[in-house]
Design a protein around this ligand. Structure first.
Ligand code: HEC
Length: 490
């Protein structure tokens, strides 16, 4: 559940980052497009403005232009104060002076379609009321008087969008011929000239760009969103699959554990049931041997009885060791530090006086720290290890087993050394396997003893191995942890 929520969290974060990124880029692109359109419109406005100015300058340079008087071009009353406003050519043609503003206005009126963008000249001190400024133009002229030289603005004229440009008109010496009367001096702001660029075409272009960008980025965004959603789904599926696999494995383990437990129980019961008949077999074989003494004196019968007895002994030992092996993995009493000394004394007595062990054997127990193990398994452990040494004793020497141990920081190490025939290094690991015999005599021991020892030690997190013994034979060494929480103190 928690993991699922985390995946959704990451997905949401990825979506937010993706959206912000594309949104930002789109916004930037649209800003750029708008700036570009604005730049183009300004350029057009300046070009148009400069062309008007060039005309005006040219006309001013020549102190105005004389043209034939006609109905369209009557003498300008505003120029009445200029001497020689009207002239007659030697051929008798009537000419009149045209001022720059008048000239330009006429060009615009007569050739509007060719001329293109209409300009307007205006001032706060009018010579001709036609040139009266509107509100925006008036404000612009006031700005010029403060030192600004050009003003742009987007605005609407008759409901249509326009970019308006207004530039200052400064009084030059040439202007004074006609405007000197009004009290102007060179360098004064006479007024302004404006052009208005219709923006409809530009805005239509901009709209196309905006639609293109929005569609492009929208598609890109959608692809990203689908990708993120797919990845989220995939992660979710993989997580679910992993969880299912974990559950399956657990079920499988439980199944194995159950089967294992059943098997051990079956083996335990079988061994238990086999024990009684094998004991009885041995008992009656012995009894029969005692009774038959002096009756069945022939060699064959004697041998047969001996074999029966040997077989019965072996069967009993095998069943006993199988029981020990099965019981080796789990404690059968309180697991804590126990002093092994009393237990060893009992074992010593039992092993040295019991049947089948070599005469004159000696078991020396030296200092031994307490061992953290339940008593029944500790008894089994020492029993199988000492037995193992005694069983493999050679007839040449008097069998000797020495047991001693030492306390390490977190473990106890115990050594069981003998003076037997020893085991070549390459076999020292193999002998821990069940039914691994090395000796020539397969009847010596059950072949399970060392496996029992290993099972007891390893199920207590310990280790067991074989080394050379200073006494000449082998040394079985095992280490067992001291136990937890300082429960074991020495
Ligand atoms: C040949 C005479 C003449 C010259 C030269 C001349 N003007 Fe004018 N100007 C006029 C007349 C006449 C008007 C007003 C009537 C009209 O609009 O035709 C006028 C109008 C204007 C206007 C419009 C405001 C208004 O009063 O109606 C401005 C601004 C202006 N002139 C600036 C200038 C500047 C700046 C120069 C020099 C670069 C200049 N003129 C040169 C004669 C002249």
């Amino acid at each position: 559940m928690n993991g699922e929520r985390r995946i959704y969290g990451y997905a949401l974060l990825a979506l937010l980052i993706w959206s912000a990124l594309l949104g930002g880029l789109l916004w930037y692109n649209l800003e750029e497009a708008r700036d570009h359109i604005d730049e183009l419109a300004r350029k057009e406005a300046r070009a148009s403005f400069n062309k008007d100015q060039a005309f005006r300058m040219w006309a001013t340079q020549h102190g105005g232009v004389y043209v034939p008087i006609s109905e369209r071009t009557p003498p300008n009353p505003a120029l009445a104060h200029v001497p020689e406003r009207d002239l007659t050519t030697p051929a008798g043609e009537q000419l009149t002076l045209m001022n720059p503003a008048y000239m330009l206005r006429q060009i615009m009126e007569d050739f509007g379609a060719l001329y293109g963008i209409k300009g307007k000249i205006t001032s706060t001190k009018l010579m001709n009321p036609i040139n009266a400024p509107d509100g925006w133009e008036l404000a612009a002229i006031q700005q010029f008087e403060k030192g600004v030289s050009e003003i742009f603005e987007y605005s609407e004229i008759n409901g249509e969008p326009y970019l308006r440009l207004m530039g200052a008109m400064v009084v030059l010496p040439g202007c004074l011929k006609c405007h000197g009367e009004q009290g102007y001096q060179v360098g004064d702001i006479r007024g302004g000239v404006g052009v208005s660029i219709p923006m409809q075409g530009y805005f239509a272009d901009l709209k196309v760009v905006v639609v293109q960008q929005v569609v492009t980025f929208g598609v890109l965004w959608l692809i990203g969103v689908v990708g993120i959603l797919l990845l989220t789904l995939l992660a979710q599926l993989r997580r679910r699959e992993r969880r299912l696999r974990g559950e399956e494995r657990e079920r499988y383990y439980r199944e194995i554990e159950r089967a294992n437990a059943e098997l051990i129980q079956f083996a335990n019961i079988s061994a238990h049931h086999l024990m009684e008949p094998s004991r009885r077999l041995l008992l009656f074989a012995r009894r029969l041997q005692e009774r038959s003494e002096g009756i069945a004196n022939d060699e064959e019968s004697r041998l047969a009885l001996e074999y029966i007895q040997q077989g019965a002994t072996r069967m009993r030992d095998l069943v006993r060791d199988i029981e020990r092996y099965l019981a080796a993995a789990l404690p059968r009493g309180e697991v804590r530090a126990h002093d092994p000394a009393p237990l060893l004394a009992k074992l010593q007595h039992h092993l040295l006086t019991g049947e089948g062990h070599p005469q004159g054997a000696q078991i020396i127990v030296e200092s031994l720290p307490p061992l953290c193990l339940d008593l029944p398994r500790m008894s089994d452990l020492f029993a199988v290890l000492i037995s193992n040494s005694l069983i493999h004793a050679t007839s040449e020497r008097q069998p000797l087993v020495r047991i001693h141990g030492e306390s390490l920081p977190d473990r106890v190490r115990v050594r069981i050394e003998d003076n037997g025939p020893g085991i070549p290094a390459e076999y020292r690991e193999r002998v821990f396997k069940v039914f691994e015999h090395l000796g020539a005599n397969p009847l010596a021991g059950t072949g399970i003893g060392l496996s029992i020892a290993r099972r007891i030690v390893e199920s207590s997190n310990g280790q067991i191995w074989i080394e050379r013994s200073p006494l000449g034979g082998i040394a079985v060494v095992f280490e067992i942890e001291k136990g937890e929480g300082g429960r074991v103190k020495f």
